[in-house]
Design a protein around this ligand. Structure first.
Ligand SMILES: Cc1cc2nc3c(=O)[nH]c(=O)nc-3n(C[C@H](O)[C@H](O)[C@H](O)COP(=O)(O)O)c2cc1C
Length: 228
């Protein structure tokens, strides 16, 4: 797949087929992604890849943990407080949720249905593989951008193998359970999870596309001789 096609065809997929993904393919994806740049080449990414029984155990423990701890009980300083988000980000965030609910036929006032959809994150939207991206706490927040870029490399490399992904900041909410089950060093901060697998092309959760601002909306060109 051409790089530009990989970039433009990537979507956050929220319904996967049960088709397994071979370990060799995931290793190849990570082998490509490791070419990602990073500040002073520190390569601050640590990745845990789960499938099968470990994936099941993780889901079970994370669900139990979430049952014992109210939402927000695992706050961390790196995530912004949505109540303080300003325009236009607040609106875009709202529109993003609404697009998903509309695709799934969920009424925006139906809080339990919305919550149920959020909980689909727990089983990686049925993806057979879950990845966790963590970073040593001593590198925060400075190198977080490196980790984000690395995740983008993984997402795009996955497209080459006909695979899809969904980044999952969701897992930050239940990070203690992830630390526990995957035995992740407490010195490492779990930044994001990611679902990986084959998209279900017929599922309505995958049937919408979110708009993007045109270049003129976010870029300024300075010092160019002409407008052309
Ligand atoms: C860092 C990051 C974390 C995300 N966390 C979640 C998540 O927890 N659950 C989810 O359903 N989508 C999550 N997303 C997906 C975004 O909602 C999605 O990228 C955005 O709406 C744009 O849609 P697109 O990826 O289909 O282009 C996340 C995306 C990023 C980049």
């Amino acid at each position: 797949m051409e790089l530009l096609e990989a970039i433009t065809s990537r979507r956050s997929i929220r319904a996967f087929l049960p088709t397994p993904v071979p370990r060799a393919t995931i290793e190849r994806i990570l082998d490509i992604a490791r070419h990602c740049p990073s500040g002073s080449n520190m390569q601050p990414w640590q990745v845990h890849v789960v499938t099968g029984a470990v994936r099941e155990r993780l889901i079970e423990r994370a669900l139990a943990w979430a049952g014992e701890h109210p939402i927000g009980s695992n706050p961390h300083p790196l995530r912004g407080d949505p109540s303080g988000f300003v325009k236009p980000y607040k609106q875009r965030r709202f529109d993003c949720g609404m697009a998903l609910y509309e695709a799934l036929g969920i009424d925006r006032r139906d809080k339990p249905a919305r919550e149920l959809q959020r909980w689909r994150n727990f089983d990686f939207f049925d993806a057979p593989v879950g990845l966790f991206f963590s970073i040593h706490r001593s590198l925060l927040p400075g190198q977080l951008g490196d980790l984000g870029m690395f995740m983008a490399h993984v997402m795009l490399a996955a497209r080459e193998f006909g695979l899809d992904t969904c980044a999952q900041g969701f897992w930050q909410d239940v990070a203690p359970a992830v630390h526990e089950v995957l035995d992740i060093d407490p010195e490492f901060h779990i930044y994001n999870g990611m679902a990986l697998g084959h998209r279900d092309p017929d599922h309505p959760a995958n049937g919408f596309e979110l708009p993007r601002e045109p270049v003129a909306g976010f870029a300024r060109f300075l010092g160019f001789a002409t407008d052309a």
